[in-house]
Each structure stands twice: as structure tokens, then as C-alpha cells.
Design a protein around this ligand. Structure first.
Ligand SMILES: [Zn+2]
Length: 88
């Protein structure tokens, strides 16, 4: 498997910009291991750069974004307007 960060020019830069925050969020949360070549949820191909940037990645950018939203909500990372989000 790939052993590092192979820079891939503009493609890599675009990916970096798109998932930079997501990588920060998920790094250390995802199990380390082999990345999937296709998204676990929608079966779209996961770009090579993303797979190398996030070892063990299982979701494409779109699905990951959805998951991150859920994760953020669950973890309370983004608690602005907490009155609205608190169930009782
Ligand atoms: Zn997907």
C-alpha cells in the first residue's frame, strides 16, 4: 500500500482544500487500515489522494461530510444555539 503523501498536483490541492477540515476531524477516529476504493455507502470511487490522506477511509467526500455533520452534532463540538438542539 502507499506509504506516504504522494502529492498529485492540482488534484491533491483540490482534495486538500475540500477535506482539510474533515481530515482534522476524523484523524484519530477512523480505524487505521486499508482504505476502501469505493465508498461504503454510495459506491462511488474514492480518490487516491483521499485514500492516502486518510488511512482506513471508507466514505467518499460527500458521505463523509454527512457523517461529520452527525458526528459533530453527537459530540457537541458545535453547540452554538444549544437551546434549539437540546431535546427534552
Ligand atoms: Zn459516498
Amino acid at each position: 500500500m502507499a506509504g506516504g503523501f504522494a502529492k498529485d498536483g492540482a488534484v491533491q490541492d483540490q482534495i486538500d482544500a475540500t477535506i482539510e477540515d474533515a481530515v482534522t476531524l476524523v484523524r484519530g477516529r477512523l480505524p487505521q487500515g486499508e482504505s476502501l476504493e469505493n465508498c461504503e455507502e454510495c459506491d462511488k470511487p474514492i480518490p487516491k489522494g483521499r485514500r492516502e490522506a486518510i488511512p482506513g477511509v471508507r466514505l467518499c467526500v460527500e458521505c463523509q461530510a454527512e457523517h461529520d455533520k452527525e458526528t459533530v452534532a453527537v459530540s457537541g463540538y458545535n453547540r452554538r444555539g444549544s437551546k434549539d438542539s437540546q431535546l427534552r
